[in-house]
Design a protein around this ligand. Structure first.
Ligand code: HEC
Ligand code: HEC
Ligand code: HEC
Ligand code: HEC
Length: 455
């Protein structure tokens, strides 16, 4: 007995020493940020800061490229966002994003190297949206990122997938059993610095828009308008978010709050954070969630949701990402939103005829184009004897044999959409057009189409 408990105590001592070595071992520095005696100070551990310095060093920018000469949109076939750049500036951008996101894999991480215009790799489709997301951060959220801004490197740091992303956790199965619903507490998860607080403060606040306040409007009011309606559970979720924010930035609560009066907005960092919360929420709802279907299953979370952004995705332990290094100014193409460029023509939707357009190399209809079948489907449903003929076309660029296959695959995709809408398959006839190549030269978006006609 004695030996076991001694052994146990010995073990605990070793574990404790290990834990201490991993965290706040002295000496510690403190910097006073408020009036003396008010405990408004930041605690830093110089040893941990030194370790983090390497992670937060920004890579050098490539030589600037001349913006003279022809535009990328005129030279290349499928440039939808960065078309206004010169070919030189466009190439510099491609080289930079390769270094930031796929230094090990190179251009082939996003590209089919046999045809750089092809959009068949999901990584390229995601990257195009990421360029727009980065532009949106830098132009719409100066209230948070100021002139410092962000680049792909802020989140990716040379990794395909940023080191810090979050997914919604699996549903808890114990809610109706004796174990009860723990609301994600006592799990000891990294997201809330291994505290006992609910480990997913992100779904309610960085995806949803729940109220983050916990204080009442008046001290001790128990009833009436001023009574505090926030529950203990809400307070715990708020605290979990606060622990996440402190941990992400490597700061204490006093960095943003005067702890004499938590509700006060006297610390400018609290206001910056208020915008940061709204920015993260918008990035998740408007940029990440719409990409869900683009990602392969192995990139999705336990509930099939896409990886999302929180404070750590950019900050990674620093009060400002990369200690405030202003990388974005060296990449003017990421500073403002690109002018929208002509995408696919709008689909034609008539009672007797539909025309639907496809992206370069694509044989799958996007949601907008798929809507173009509505009126034709209505006619087919109203006239049970009618048959519909479907023909696929391709543009003049690319390999002729592959293009023939593509035109056929497009026609079959439209046939499948019709049968999925309840039209019997024997009423749908695939018809090979006399001339599937629909334009004489180059990549004409109006050429990449399928026509469906009721005869
Ligand atoms: C992280 C993903 C990614 C990597 C890595 C990448 N690219 Fe791209 N590339 C894209 C995206 C996205 C576009 C489309 C941009 C647009 O629509 O504005 C594109 C377009 C292009 C085009 C235009 C092709 C056409 O005809 O439409 C060329 C050329 C190109 N990239 C070259 C390169 C080279 C060379 C490399 C390696 C040094 C590279 N890319 C690495 C994402 C990537
Ligand atoms: C605010 C943070 C953030 C910024 C800035 C950002 N990304 Fe991402 N990126 C993400 C997140 C989150 C994901 C989803 C992770 C995943 O792939 O599951 C992602 C995924 C990707 C992927 C898919 C990788 C894979 O293997 O699944 C590519 C490619 C990519 N980003 C390219 C870029 C490029 C290029 C830029 C700059 C123009 C950029 N990103 C800027 C957060 C960011
Ligand atoms: C990086 C800045 C930052 C840090 C660090 C931070 N907070 Fe906050 N805190 C905020 C912001 C911003 C809000 C208001 C959020 C909103 O309204 O959207 C807030 C709200 C709160 C509230 C609710 C106040 C109310 O009006 O009801 C409490 C309580 C709180 N924080 C406690 C803490 C504690 C405890 C810590 C340390 C563990 C902490 N905060 C760390 C920025 C921060
Ligand atoms: C898209 C990347 C990104 C995300 C996500 C992000 N930040 Fe920031 N944050 C930045 C950048 C860039 C700066 C530097 C701005 C500057 O130089 O003033 C910054 C600055 C700050 C500052 C000011 C620091 C100071 O000392 O002035 C605070 C506080 C802050 N962020 C809190 C947060 C919180 C809290 C979250 C999560 C709710 C968050 N940030 C999410 C990019 C981000």
């Amino acid at each position: 007995m004695i030996t076991t408990s001694r052994l146990f105590r010995g073990l605990m001592a070793v574990v404790a020493a290990g834990l201490l070595a991993g965290c706040e071992r002295p000496p510690i520095d403190t910097v006073q940020t408020g009036y003396r005696g008010t405990a408004m100070e930041q605690v830093y551990n110089p040893r941990l800061l030194a370790k983090e310095a390497a992670l937060n060093a920004a890579p050098a920018a490539l030589e600037p490229a001349s913006n003279e000469g022809p535009r990328a949109r005129d030279i290349y076939k499928n440039v939808q966002v960065l078309g206004d750049l010169s070919v030189g500036a466009f190439t510099r951008h491609m080289t930079s994003i390769t270094q930031w996101v796929a230094p090990g894999e190179g251009c082939g991480y996003c590209h089919n190297l046999a045809n750089l215009a092809d959009d068949s790799k999901y990584t390229k489709v995601v990257a195009r949206k990421m360029i727009q997301m980065t532009q949106a951060i830098n132009s719409n959220w100066k209230t948070h990122v100021a002139e410092t801004g962000v680049t792909c490197y802020t989140c990716h740091r040379g990794n395909n997938v940023p080191a810090n992303v979050w997914y919604s956790p699996k549903d808890r199965n114990n809610a109706n059993s004796l174990l009860g619903d723990t609301a994600g507490q006592n799990m000891g998860m990294k997201t809330v610095a291994y505290s006992s607080l609910p480990f997913d403060p992100f779904t309610p606040y960085l995806l949803g828009a729940q109220d983050i306040r916990v204080n009442g409007l008046e001290a001790m009011a128990q009833s009436g308008d001023k009574a505090n309606r926030h529950s203990t559970k809400q307070a715990e979720h708020t605290f979990a978010l606060m622990v996440h924010m402190s941990k992400s930035l490597g700061v204490n609560c006093t960095y943003c709050h005067n702890t004499r009066d938590i509700q006060s907005w006297e610390r400018p960092q609290r206001t910056t954070s208020w915008y940061g919360i709204r920015m993260a929420r918008e990035l998740n709802n408007e940029h990440m969630v719409p990409l869900t279907a683009t990602f392969p299953a192995n990139r999705l979370g336990p509930k099939g949701d896409v990886a999302k952004v929180n404070c750590t995705t950019c900050h990674q332990g620093a009060y400002k990402p990369l200690y405030g290094a202003a990388m974005a100014k060296d990449h003017p193409e990421l500073l403002s939103l690109a002018k929208p460029q002509a995408g696919l023509p709008a689909p034609l939707s008539e009672a007797m005829r539909s025309v639907l357009y496809f992206g370069v190399g694509a044989s799958v209809l996007d949601t907008e184009q798929a809507k173009g079948l509505a009126q034709l489907i209505a006619t087919m449903a109203a006239t049970p004897t009618a048959k519909v003929a479907i023909s696929g076309y391709h543009s003049a660029s690319g390999d002729p044999a592959a293009n023939q296959e593509l035109a056929k695959a497009r026609a079959m995709q439209v046939r499948d959409s019709l049968t999925a809408a309840g039209i019997a398959v024997d009423r749908v006839v695939l018809e090979k057009p006399m001339q599937a190549e629909a334009n004489l030269a180059g990549e004409d978006p109006a050429a990449r189409r399928v026509e469906a006609k009721i005869n």
